[in-house]
Write a protein that binds this ligand. Sequence first.
Ligand code: ADP
Ligand code: MG
Length: 212
Amino acid sequence: MQIAADTVIRFIEGVAARLKQHRDELTQLDSAIGDADHGANLDRGFTAVLAKLPSVADKDIGTILKTTGMTLVSTVGGASGPLYGTAYMRAGTALVDRFEMNEHDLVLALEAALEGIQARGKAKRGEKTMIDAIAPGIDALKAALAAGSEPREAIRLGLAAVEGGVQDTIPLLATKGRASYLGERSIGHQDPGATSALFMAQVLVETLDTLS
Ligand code: ADP
Ligand code: MG
């Protein structure tokens, strides 16, 4: 599978549109265990990213992703801004000077993104955060590729694991971020950040599905 820089631009545009579309849903989830701003935070951040995209339209994938990350860090006040911002910046660092990438590069970029989130937020799996959606997705994608699945199929299996990971946040007790202030009362609610990660994963799969 060959993924070019213009595909990465379409992915980012798709993420911005999807997050805007689901802004109220993300805010609803965050009102149950946070401060009701997750949808607004990400919509603000990705709207700013959209405004920056023309300046990187002919640049390498690394520059596109690093610009996305830096814009998120500088425009989103909530925890998710620095966390997603670091994720996109680290993914960009993994793909510096590249105008094309394949599924193995995608795995490396996603792993770098996850490491960035963990370095920044110090959360592990099982703490009811975006990590509980992203980490199982990367595991499933890697396992499927290692087992010989076609890239498209492997990516779909990755998405199914992200969906499962989001559902699995519901019974978890939050021990990081704002939701942790609720203690036991955080149990029984789906994590907003895991849900926004699922929207990004859906757009990734849909964007890659359009490639021949
Ligand atoms: P804030 O909590 O500052 O209002 P947001 O509402 O935008 O920020 O984002 C909340 C989401 O951020 C949570 O649902 C969770 O998934 C994620 N999150 C919070 N803290 C961490 C952390 N330390 N590591 C990973 N993800 C985190
Ligand atoms: Mg919030």
